[in-house]
Design a protein around this ligand. Sequence first.
Ligand SMILES: *Cc1c(COP(=O)(O)O)cnc(C)c1O
Length: 394
Amino acid sequence: MSDNKKDTEWGFDTLAVRAGQARTAEGEHSEPIFPTSSYVFDSAASAAARFSGEEPGNIYSRFTNPTVRNFEQRLAALEGGERCVATASGMSAILSTCCGLLQAGDHIVSSKSIFGSTVVLFDKYLSRMGITVSYVSLTDLDAWQKAITKNTRLFFVETPSNPLTEVGDIEALANLAHNNNSVLVVDNAFCTPALQKPLEFGADVVVHSATKYIDGQGRCIGGAVVGDEKLVGEDVFGFLRTAGPTMSPFNAWVFLKGLETLNLRMKAHSENALKLAEFLEQHKNVNRVYYPGLKSHPQHELAVKQQSGFGGVLAFDMQGGKKAAWNLIDNTNLLSITANLGDTKSTITHPASTTHGRLSDEQRAEAGISDGMLRIAVGLEDINDIIRDIEQGL
Ligand SMILES: *Cc1c(COP(=O)(O)O)cnc(C)c1O
């Protein structure tokens, strides 16, 4: 089962259940957790050979751990990448990617609709290390082209975006990056490889917040970086093993189990979200619904091309602004009022006063976040109950 040649011939669902498992002499069926910080060597010579890199094998769990490796090999197989390195969180996946691939003087072009903490990481911390960032619209290829400088080395996107669910053209962005001496990094937390495989469209690196759909049940914080041997296996891993934002074996085991049901869950999230989107779209108190699965979505065709499903997150604009939006939230009985997503439990949030609350009114308007907008991460409850819970607040 750890024979990687055979792994590549298996279908997605088989890889999700079996890839990367190296059974121990105990013959266990389920993957074991290895809670050990260090490893012992057979002899002084063997210790020396491990440390010098002549002999492969474990030394210390900041570098490698069997449970973490199992998760890494399984996710790499699902994304179609040569290597995966697991990290302590989604943010440390992004930090490790930037620190592994960039140096002072380098420039990033990024979509402006990315996770809030990623913006803070770029603007407040990477800037201190002499790395600069330009933000452009995810869907405006001309703006990407214009933002490129001679120092540009990295493109960063999240698609679909949050909460407006804009879809970026991964293939076109990858071509533009490659023609300009840059790599394309895609944050694939919203789709996961069950719905979208950015590497197949030419992206160089995929980053994940495993906290979201890979866990899928709201338990652990974790992340991952997937790509080739050079970028991820050497450059990102080199930073990670030294700086240390490594995934714990226990969390790796939870995520490993999450991967086994990922495809089933993502299909179910997508089905529920589409039904809710269709319900909202025909409701008289809803101005607009943002969901790539709707034919009315401006990039619906592109989403069909690069995604095999449309995911669990949607947003909509209510008539009556903030008052109506807050009223709907306060009238729900089933939905959890939280900004988290990627859980079996449906969640509802008012972006203008939470995730995007620190922006000025102008910035919010520019980002397309209206006062009447609500975002729902549709969970796996009975869709009729979810719709009824929202309907009473509409
Ligand atoms: C949550 C999230 C992150 C950050 O992940 P953590 O695991 O919370 O560090 C990054 N990108 C996206 C798209 C996210 O949703």
